[in-house]
Each structure stands twice: as structure tokens, then as C-alpha cells.
Design a protein around this ligand. Structure first.
Ligand code: DAH
Length: 485
């Protein structure tokens, strides 16, 4: 989508301006354009159009006399001329002012680790799916349908609205999600498919897929990870199948909302669904972690379930959160045409589970192409007795600090995305060491400590300091920060 750009200084007719760099976007591009517009006193209203896959924020231009000047985006959208097309998951999308995908993320969309043979993520998926196939059957057939190849591109309606996430909820922010444009985004959780799959008439299903969130950088966070979601619906007959007095039991009543149930559910129905949910999940965890694993349930909150719970398991003496779940809000079922049913739902992160189960110390290993990593998961059919051996003996991390003054619109996830694009995964962690706003100037400065450590090979000081210098340069170029070095 073209933007109107106002010039900060006058240019003369036909003058050549070289656009040197685009701020806030990747990759660096250069472009030469000739000004063909009138250059009377109104010249400052002249318009330039330039599109890139990642939008336009600010352009630096230089006249042929090498006189630097700023072209600034006025923010006003022009009528569409030749729209910019983005290719994501085999489809084409227009880009707009919401677009914030980076090349790194576009790359990751292609990877589909959960479909790759001999990968720890697909192994986790397989073990859980087989558990549900084996233990939940009707007439000898599995009752859970499995969807592991749904496109990660969804609408904000699917990702938020259909799950009753309020329109002003913080989780919708551009700074926390990857938007393709205003109308499409990369799913932030596999719950985004619940409504559609229920609407299609399914009573029990599992969804597995890659999900995308803009987040901090450390050993357990990566902007792409994988979730497995389970949903099971019950009508009255199914839920009360083993009760003696079926005729007097009902799923619904006009009651009040309590800690244990939604207003429209009867207490006995809510308790039975909760029991079924917890037993289903516990039996899956026992299969994964062995029969001696200790589980505990914690009350939680999700906009799409009530009551809601988190499961923690004791691992190496520590309680670790494993998944979120609950009884699906009846409004979601009603809107999907399943008003005679109740349902439970759960969602778990496959990386988190695999890291615990296999002792994988850093989430970047899942993205490694190193044979020494991949060979450890080849030809396995179950998840038992696998202990991952880190590829190098752990070298100490090398770290460098970076401090800068930030523009008003800065968000830290922009910096983390930049690091991921520049540093090709040699950054293990980033810590915010200091954030300070000068009360006189109202300017904010950050200091980050960047820890460098590769998962498979030692790093040398020179390589690290080169990457760190490139990072500084890129921060100035793309994020419009004022370096303090
Ligand atoms: N979607 C949640 C998340 O990504 C996880 C989750 C919680 C899924 C509760 C569910 C659920 O289906 O019922 O954090």
C-alpha cells in the first residue's frame, strides 16, 4: 500500500534523490528515484511512493549533491496503486500498516517441524495422538479426529473474537503478535481453530500446529513454537451414560455463575465434564512421564473457559506448568451450532513438554540442522528413556551491552525481532539491564545485555563482537534509535 511522504526540504525539478535506507523494516534496500513533480513553493507536499514487503516508516534520502535530508511518512494513506503482495503459507496477501512479519518468521512458516519425520516435536505429537487414538474409541474406531496441517494464517476473529477475547484485550497488540495485515495474522494459539471445527460438526478433535508470538529472548522462548489442542463435546446422553437416574439429569439450567460452573450449566454436569477433562489429561501425562509422576491442578483464568485450570507436574523437584484447560464457555458452543453440548478443551506447548521429557536445555535446538542433534531423534517410536546430549560441552556465554535512546513508538519486541534477524541464532538470551526516562526531555533509554552462545559450537570473541557491531548499526538504521556508545 503506498504512503504519502512529505519532504523536509525543497528539491528542484528533476533533481535526483537516492533513497538510502528504510527505517523499521528489513532488509536494507536502496533505490534511486527522480523527482518529476512540480517544484514551486508547494514542493514540500510532493509525494513519493515506495513499497516493500514490510511497510514504510521513514526514508532517508540524499540529493545528488550528497546533502542528507529526511523524508517522513505523513501517515495518510493514498488510494491503492500497485498493491504489495506478501506470500505466506502458499497464499498471497496485501501488506498494510499492520504488517510486521520479519524474514525470519516467513522462513519459519515453511518449516512445519510437527510434520517432519524424526523430529522431537513430531515425536511428541505422535505419542500424544497415539494415546488418544488408543484410549478413546467407539466401535473400535478412534473418536478424536486429528488436524495437523491447518494453515497458521487465521483472522483476528478466529484468534480472538470467536474465543470471546475482548476487543481491547492486551493480547491483541501488534507488539505481541505477527500480523500479515489488518485482516490476517499468524495464529497465536491453536485455540484459533476451535470454533470452526466445532461448527463443522466434530465432537472430539485434536489440532497440532505452529503458533507465533513476539516475545523475549531466552532459552525457553522462541517466536515460533508448537501447540497441541484437544477438545471434546458431550451431549446429555453421553455425559450421564453411567448415571442411574438419567431422566432427571440435565446439562443446562438458568442458574448463577459460581467458582465451579457457568451460569447455564448444572453443577452435576460441570463436575462430570471437569472430572472427565482432568482424568483424560492426567492419563496422558502418566503415559508420557511414567506412572510415578506427580500432578497438581491450579485454578486459572482463560476468557474462553470456565472453570479454567492449569496442570503442573513435579519435575526434578520443581513444579512446572504444563498446560491450560477448562470447560468451554457455552457461548462459544452456541455460536458454533453445538448448543445441546458441553465441552472441555486443553492446549499444551510441545516444546515445553519435550524440553522437560528429553532434557533439552535450549529451545533453539528444535530449529537446529546439526546432524549431531537430529540423529538423536531418528527412528524412535516412543518417547521413553530419551535423554538429549547437548552437542558441545557448555561454553560460557559471551555478553555485550547495548544502550540507546528510543523513539516514542519503540517497543522492546521490535528490538528482539531485529536481534533474531541479524544474529542468526547465536543469541541465547537478552536481559533488560536498565530502562530510564529523562524527566526533562521525556526521552527513554534502554540498556540490554545480549548473551551470545551457540547451541552446537564454541563462538570466538571476534565473531561475537562483529555481530554485536552489526546489531548496533541495524538498531540505528531500522529502529531509529539513538546509540549511546
Ligand atoms: N490457548 C491457550 C494458550 O495458548 C491454552 C489453552 C488454555 C487452550 C485453555 C485451551 C484451553 O483449549 O481450554 O495459552
Amino acid at each position: 500500500m503506498p504512503y504519502s511522504i512529505q519532504l523536509k526540504r525543497l528539491f528542484s525539478t528533476g533533481e535526483k534523490v537516492a533513497i538510502l535506507s528504510f527505517k523499521n523494516i528489513f532488509p536494507l534496500e536502496t533505490n534511486t528515484t527522480t523527482c518529476t513533480y512540480c517544484c514551486s513553493q508547494h514542493v514540500s507536499k510532493r509525494k513519493y511512493y515506495k513499497q516493500t514487503a514490510f511497510g514504510i516508516q521513514k526514508l532517508t534520502v540524499r540529493s545528488i549533491y550528497n546533502n542528507p535530508a529526511q523524508l517522513q511518512v505523513s501517515g495518510k494513506k493514498e488510494p491503492e496503486k500497485t498493491p504489495q503482495i506478501l506470500h505466506v503459507a502458499e497464499r498471497e496477501y496485501f501488506h498494510d500498516e499492520w504488517t510486521n512479519l520479519s524474514p525470519k518468521i516467513l522462513d519459519a512458516v515453511e518449516k512445519k517441524l510437527h510434520l517432519r519425520n524424526d523430529h522431537p516435536i513430531s515425536l511428541m505429537k505422535e505419542v500424544i495422538v497415539q494415546h488418544f487414538y488408543k484410549n478413546y474409541t467407539r466401535g473400535g474406531n478412534p473418536i478424536f479426529a486429528v488436524f495437523d496441517n491447518l494453515s497458521p494464517v487465521v483472522t483476528p476473529e478466529q484468534n480472538f473474537d470467536q474465543l470471546l477475547i475482548p476487543s481491547d484485550h492486551v493480547s491483541r497488540r501488534k507488539s505481541d503478535n505477527y500480523y500479515i495485515n489488518k485482516s490476517y495474522m499468524l495464529r497465536a494459539h491453536t485455540s484459533a481453530h476451535e470454533h470452526d471445527l466445532i461448527k463443522s460438526g466434530l465432537n472430539a478433535f485434536i489440532t497440532v500446529g505452529d503458533v507465533y508470538r513476539r516475545d523475549t529472548i531466552d532459552s525457553t522462548h522462541f517466536p515460533v513454537f508448537h501447540q497441541l489442542e484437544g477438545v471434546r463435546l458431550f451431549n446429555a446422553e453421553q455425559l450421564f451414560a453411567t448415571s442411574d437416574d438419567k431422566t432427571s439429569l440435565s446439562l443446562f439450567e438458568k442458574g448463577e455463575k459460581l467458582h465451579e460452573k457457568q451460569a447455564c450449566h448444572t453443577m452435576e454436569a460441570a463436575k462430570l465434564v471437569e472430572y472427565n477433562l482432568k482424568k483424560s489429561i492426567e492419563s496422558c501425562m502418566l503415559e508420557l512421564f511414567g506412572k510415578d509422576v506427580q500432578c497438581r491442578w491450579i485454578d486459572a483464568y482463560f476468557p474462553f473457559t470456565h472453570p479454567s485450570f492449569e496442570l503442573e507436574i513435579k519435575y526434578n523437584g520443581e513444579w512446572v506448568e504444563m498446560l491450560g484447560c477448562g470447560i468451554l464457555q457455552q457461548e462459544i458452543l452456541n455460536k458454533a451450532g453445538a448448543q445441546h453440548h458441553m465441552a472441555w478443551a486443553f492446549g499444551l506447548g510441545l516444546e515445553r513438554l519435550a524440553m522437560k521429557l528429553f532434557d533439552i536445555p535450549d529451545i533453539r535446538y528444535f530449529w537446529s540442522n546439526d546432524e549431531a542433534v537430529l540423529s538423536q531423534f531418528r527412528g524412535l517410536s516412543d518417547a521413553k528413556n530419551i535423554k538429549f546430549k547437548p552437542v558441545t560441552s557448555k561454553q560460557p556465554a559471551l555478553y555485550h551491552d547495548i544502550s540507546f535512546w528510543v523513539p516514542k513508538e519503540f517497543c522492546v519486541n521490535d528490538f528482539y525481532d531485529l536481534v533474531r534477524n541479524i544474529s542468526s541464532d547465536i543469541v541465547e538470551q537478552i536481559a533488560v539491564m536498565d530502562k530510564f526516562t529523562n524527566p526533562k526531555t521525556d526521552r527513554t533509554s534502554y540498556c540490554f545485555r545480549v548473551f551470545y552462545r551457540h547451541t552446537s559450537r564454541p563462538l570466538n570473541k571476534l565473531e561475537v563482537s562483529e555481530v554485536h557491531s552489526a546489531l548496533k548499526e541495524a538498531a540505528v538504521k531500522y529502529l531509529d534509535v539513538d546509540g549511546r556508545w
